[in-house]
Design a binder for this molecule. Structure first.
Ligand code: GDP
Ligand code: MN
Length: 340
């Protein structure tokens, strides 16, 4: 009897050791990395995001992480996060020109824009409850604008990111609820897709009063960049006259940086940058990315990752049916934001 138990245990141990060995020998197949922009103060929430990502996906796939910050990461940050990941972790500082408000921005005008946004939101009780849900100060903050501009036009030019083609963006305090058994980068590559999303919602109109006007000016100057078979229908109910504020929520993104580094997006970003709207208003990287992906790509090049259960702040996506079962998801489809 004792022998039997011993054998069984030994067998179990072997099976366990084998599967661990298999995992450790997995090498990433796509030229891809996680991109994790974060502050030192968010360390605990960063570690939690990594735990979900490792458990549900990366312990099998072993893609590297690049952590970026406008300030140097602390030793504590580097030690704890690198002990959490199953793969390589690198830590980069963002160059000042990619982060700070440029000198040519008229600070007086920018400040007036920030104050107006805050005041109007207080006076009218908020156009929606969204700023409250998303945390205070996102309307009047300069650093939030730096972040939005960086994520719109600069992250893919960082020296640590340049060697990579594909990325998966992660934020502090997010959750991944389902096992992902396949490689999303390879899957997108195989399907000729470029931009992957998980949740879509409405932008706050007061943050982008002239973004659509600037976009229409760009399109009339460069009609060649607008793809035939694009997803304008996602952005507009009237054939492009007005923007319906729909956007992909960019805290989750799996995408091909060749698109951001390419001719159309480079010209579009430069045009938006020249307008100063990242500072005079509060143009977000979510509507900027979404508009570009919807206009300069064909519809089929967008990928909805239904099988990835995901939560950021109070909004979440959770698959149902077979996908919920296959992913052993710990979210409830009833809580998914999709149906709101
Ligand atoms: P929200 O998701 O729109 O509420 O914005 P967050 O506050 O979550 O910021 C989005 C991402 O940018 C997160 O990964 C943050 O950690 C990061 N972030 C925002 N502001 C700063 C900043 O001033 N410095 C750094 N290093 N990261 C920032
Ligand atoms: Mn966030």
């Amino acid at each position: 009897m004792e022998e039997l138990v011993g054998n069984t245990l030994a067998q179990k141990t072997n099976i366990w050791a084998d599967s661990l060995a298999n995992q450790a020998s997995a090498t990433p197949k796509a030229n891809a990395t996680f991109i994790f922009l974060a502050r030192n103060s968010e360390l605990k929430a960063v570690v939690e995001s990594i735990q979900y990502m490792e458990d549900r996906f990366n312990k099998k796939f072993q893609y590297p992480y690049v952590f970026l910050n406008d300030e140097p990461f602390t030793d504590e940050f580097k030690e704890w996060t690198s002990q959490m990941v199953s793969s390589k972790a690198e830590y980069g500082i963002i160059p000042r020109e990619h982060w700070q408000q440029p000198d040519w921005i008229d600070e007086e005008r920018a400040k007036a824009g920030r104050d107006k946004m805050v005041d109007e939101n207080i006076i009218y009780g908020g156009m929606s409850s969204y700023p409250e849900i998303m945390g205070l100060n996102i309307l009047g903050s300069v650093s939030y604008r730096n972040m939005c501009r960086f994520n719109s036009g600069y992250f893919f030019r960082h020296p640590l990111i340049l060697p990579y083609r594909w990325y998966w963006r992660i934020e502090p305090g997010v959750r991944f609820y389902c096992d992902l058994g396949y490689d999303p980068f390879l899957s997108m590559e195989d399907n000729n897709q470029v931009y992957g999303f998980n949740i879509a919602l409405y932008e706050l109109e007061e943050t982008i009063p002239t973004l659509w006007k600037a976009t229409k000016e760009f399109i009339s100057k460069h009609p060649q960049y607008v793809a035939s078979g694009n997803a304008m229908g996602f952005l507009s109910e009237d054939g492009g006259r007005t923007y319906n504020l729909c956007h992909f929520w960019s805290n989750f993104e799996i995408a091909d940086m060749e698109f951001w580094r390419g001719e159309a997006y480079t010209a579009y970003f430069d045009w938006l940058e020249s307008k100063g709207g990242f500072y005079y208003e509060r143009w977000g990287d979510a509507p900027v990315h979404s508009i570009a992906a919807s206009l300069f790509l064909r519809k089929e090049q967008l990928r909805f990752f239904d099988e990835i259960g995901y939560k950021h702040e109070s909004f979440q996506h959770c698959p149902s049916g077979d996908r919920h079962k296959q992913g052993r998801c710990s979210c409830s489809p009833k809580d998914a934001f999709d149906w709101d």
